[in-house]
Design a protein around this ligand. Structure first.
Ligand SMILES: Nc1ncnc2c1ncn2[C@@H]1O[C@H](COP(=O)(O)OP(=O)(O)OP(=O)(O)O)[C@@H](O)[C@H]1O
Length: 287
């Protein structure tokens, strides 16, 4: 069963095609990553899905309902978002920001209930910000802001989560903590993600975007290959298996690297055979 279905989505800005006939399905309960170079259309795709943008053409279905026909408040009970930029929070405290996640459940003059406040408190604890409740959001570090915003998205208590580069600004400890937290909720998640190793650890499926189109999609093991990394990002990479968690692991390399030292008969990891200078450290290693 699919949580989300995107059919022939096109999105133009000033007649420029930013998304071209994008179609894919997100299976219920899965964690789907969207990867691709800068400017390939990942954020624009997500913005169409969380309704910041209106598709120029095509449709998006959430639980078989056409998203364009849903009311904003109903949508907010169904989709929680951690967006990339967040410059609209002026002078709210951390607690006020996280409480906003409960807004879709409130009627006009209804105040936050004990349950709402407990949810907010518990979530702040989960993201390591329990002592930050009264701190001003605008004065937080990039990582603290990101953790506040994920807490807000999670108290919204939806079945579908859209994340736009959620680990932005986070140190590696908090990157893993955030991804573990999201994964433990087992809710359908669609996330733009730059880090291939995090993508491999957490995603069930990947969508690869290039120039506003999906050029590849499938299970992580099918999608993350050294060929794809070369074609899409123009980088050389070694893709192996982590012996402990059995997940794919990617190591990036210089333009070409040597397998067995340098000299006239050495081999290059990427099969390179042309004339070239050696890096100083390689020459040293061979002496
Ligand atoms: N409001 C806008 N006006 C004009 N062009 C835009 C606008 N928003 C996005 N674009 C263009 O659309 C393309 C896709 O941008 P988008 O932000 O979706 O890429 P992305 O894959 O998320 O990139 P990144 O990895 O850098 O976050 C880019 O060429 C960008 O310059």
């Amino acid at each position: 069963m699919f949580k989300v279905q995107v059919k022939d989505l096109k999105f133009n800005i000033d007649k420029k095609e930013i998304l071209k006939d994008v179609s894919f399905d997100v299976p219920k309960g899965s964690f789907v990553g969207v990867i691709g170079p800068n400017g390939s259309g990942k954020s624009t795709l997500l913005k169409n899905i969380y309704r910041l943008y209106k598709p120029t053409n095509g449709s998006i279905f959430l639980d078989n309902k056409d998203l364009s026909t849903m009311k904003d408040k109903d949508c907010a009970k169904e989709i929680a978002v951690l967006a990339q930029e967040s410059n609209t929070h002026f002078d709210f405290t951390v607690e006020q920001i996280v409480k906003m996640g409960r807004y879709p459940y409130k009627s006009v003059f209804e105040d936050y209930s004990k349950e709402d406040l407990k949810m907010v408190k518990d979530m702040l604890k989960k993201v390591g910000l329990e002592s930050y409740t009264e701190r001003s959001f605008s004065q937080l570090s990039g990582g603290e802001k990101q953790r506040t915003l994920i807490a807000r998205a999670l108290v919204q208590n939806t079945d579908f989560l859209v994340l736009d580069e959620p680990t932005n600004h986070l140190d590696i400890g908090y990157q893993i903590q955030l991804m573990d937290l999201v994964k433990s909720l087992k809710i359908t998640t669609l996330s733009a993600i730059h880090d291939m190793n995090l993508a491999s650890m957490y995603c069930d499926y990947l969508i690869v975007m290039k120039s506003g189109q999906i050029i590849n999609a499938g299970k992580v093991e099918e999608v993350i290959t050294s060929e794809m990394l070369k074609e899409v990002f123009g980088v050389n990479a070694y893709v192996g298996i982590n012996p402990i968690n059995k997940k794919l692991q990617v190591s990036f390399m210089h333009t070409h690297e040597h397998i067995n030292g340098v000299g006239h008969d050495h081999i290059h990891e990427d099969g390179f055979t042309g004339e070239h200078e050696h890096y100083h450290e390689h020459t040293q290693a061979a002496l």
